[in-house]
Design a protein around this ligand. Structure first.
Ligand code: GLU
Length: 305
């Protein structure tokens, strides 16, 4: 498997030239577009890796499925479903599209920014610091890595410049979809996006979703199986931004990308995959990362369809 991964990296690295690193969060513009890593954790216990697997980057939107899991663990499916919808929006992750129509929970989903910001208000905790700490703790457990922390520079950079997210959060508040103080909710969201991971962490998190709650390390279930079904279904239809349909056709597994250049893929019952290559297409997906997943899916028959 290690050889196959090396071969795929070699074959796909050229595609990073077709993308650009994210720059709308100023600190992310410092990423090196040549970085490329891939890690896979399989259900037979095998771990394979190639390239820049130890390089850390910010999780960005890949935290959204973890936010969703935490909200489900704290409130159950019915409550979460009643407050945030599950339909693909077909629009960019930070789209506003304000049309003077009332904003309803069914207009958003947990994988777009509005849904994820709403999800922050559903995490249990006496303060927003405590909510974030619980989210970080869940991330560490899923990844089996208690050293995971925050990239302070990216957090400050995003907090300083994240005005579109402020607009989205105020719209949620206007329509009664969140009640708490907007700046506190956003602070939790910005911190969540700035959690620092590597490909190996993402492979572990994907594995926990693929194995319906059981992590690789100790086998003790972290969350109920039904939550994995809920999260994986939404990843399948909404995880790759407004490129999710194309990704379903070409790769065919639940996955989530982030503007930091990471992709976490879940191959139900079989494996978790973590990829890092920060040059993005215009939708925000890692260009070489998607190509690598296409090649892997073809070679290992990963598509669930
Ligand atoms: N922190 C980013 C934002 O809210 C996350 C976007 C992403 O990775 O899709 O703009």
């Amino acid at each position: 498997m290690d050889e196959l991964l090396e071969e795929i990296l070699k074959e796909c690295t050229v595609f990073s030239k077709e993308g650009k690193v994210a720059s709308y969060i100023p600190e992310l513009a410092k990423a090196n577009p040549a970085d490329f890593g891939i890690a896979i954790l399989s259900s037979d216990g095998r771990f394979s890796r190639a390239g820049d697997c130890g390089k850390v980057f910010t999780i960005q939107s890949i935290v959204k499925p973890i936010l969703l899991l935490q909200a489900l663990m704290d409130n159950g499916v019915e409550y979460v479903r009643a407050h945030v919808g599950v339909e693909a929006t077909g629009k960019p992750f930070d789209a506003i599209n304000y049309t003077e129509q009332t904003l309803l929970s069914d207009h958003i989903n947990p994988m777009v920014n509005m849904g994820a910001i709403a999800m922050c208000t559903m995490i249990g905790g006496a303060s927003y610091e405590e909510r974030f700490d619980r989210l970080l703790e869940l991330t560490r457990r899923l990844a089996g890595n208690d050293k995971i922390g925050l990239d302070e520079k990216v957090y400050q950079s995003e907090k300083r410049t994240g005005n579109k997210n402020r607009a989205l959060a105020y719209l949620l508040k206007t329509y009664g979809m969140i009640e708490d103080d907007v700046e506190q909710v956003l602070d939790c969201y910005f911190r969540a996006c700035s959690i620092q991971v590597d490909c190996v962490d993402l492979a572990h998190i994907g594995f926990a979703l693929a194995s319906h709650g059981r992590p690789a390390q100790d086998g003790e279930r972290i969350f109920p199986s039904e939550y994995a079904s809920y999260v994986n279904a939404i990843l399948m239809t909404c995880g790759m931004y407004d490129g999710s349909g194309d990704f379903a056709v070409k790769v065919g597994v639940p996955a989530k990308s982030g503007v930091g250049g990471g992709i976490m893929a879940v191959v139900p019952t079989r494996m978790g995959i973590g990829i890092f290559s920060p040059a993005l297409d215009e939708k925000g997906n890692s260009v070489a990362g998607i190509r690598a997943l296409e090649a892997l899916s073809r070679k290992l028959y990963l598509s669930i369809f």
